[in-house]
Design a protein around this ligand. Sequence first.
Ligand code: NAP
Length: 245
Amino acid sequence: MKVLIAGGRGRVGSRVAELLESRGVEVVPGGLADGVDYIEGTRVQEVLSGVDTIVNVLNTGRFDEEGAVSFFEGTTRMLTAEGERAGVRHHVLLSIVGVGEGDASEIGYYLGKVAQERAVKAGSLPYTIVRSTQFHGYIPVLADQHTVDGKVLAPRDLIQPVELDELVALLAEVTLNGGPLGEIEIAGPERFRMDDLLRATLAASGDPREVVSVDGDSAVDAMVPHGEYRVGSVLYPIRGIPVAG
Ligand SMILES: NC(=O)c1ccc[n+]([C@@H]2O[C@H](COP(=O)([O-])OP(=O)(O)OC[C@H]3O[C@@H](n4cnc5c(N)ncnc54)[C@H](OP(=O)(O)O)[C@@H]3O)[C@@H](O)[C@H]2O)c1
């Protein structure tokens, strides 16, 4: 089996590449560092030659709606069109639980992910969309994203982080399955309120930032799974955080 990992040297992509290679898969790591650009179309046909499956774990630093939508939509259209020409049989996309739902529907980056999912579904390649919640290692970044004037302004929203290794294992499993599985979600075993999670995470690393709970006591549940989902078994490494719901 030959797999193109679009974004294969990134945080998720490099781990998926390592795991698939350990299972005997021929992996092509197609990202900017490899001279491949899915916006410009550079080397795309070349890296798709003989590929059975595309694992799409691309990412952008653009968080505004225009930037995120044009990146995720543009790269996905390029991959699906060229993938079809090259005879690819399966497109595995990594997305995020809850994008486009509730309050999350107003976040520019998430609108980019919604556009990305739409482009995958509109294309002719058989697909599996794996939606994950936030990775454990991403929680400190989330604190930074919510920091205004030195204080972390955190909503009481529900959040159910997952260990990256468990997501990587699911992406590898779906890829090795060889055929489309539709839409699959994964989340960790515990559900928290975001302000509690950020407060405990900063305290554990000795970060002096104050976490201020905002939006009253309302707990928006847009970012946790609602239907069936794969439940990870790895607990959040910091213990003692009140579990919600
Ligand atoms: N963080 C979370 O908690 C979370 C949760 C659920 C889902 N996700 C999703 O996980 C995915 C992967 O995230 P990540 O953290 O692994 O991202 P990352 O480390 O930033 O990696 C992104 C990859 O995309 C490549 N890339 C960017 N623009 C490109 C272009 N125009 N052409 C070709 N390659 C390009 C980069 O190539 P270079 O390495 O060469 O620069 C890099 O390999 C994202 O789609 C994100 O939405 C994240």
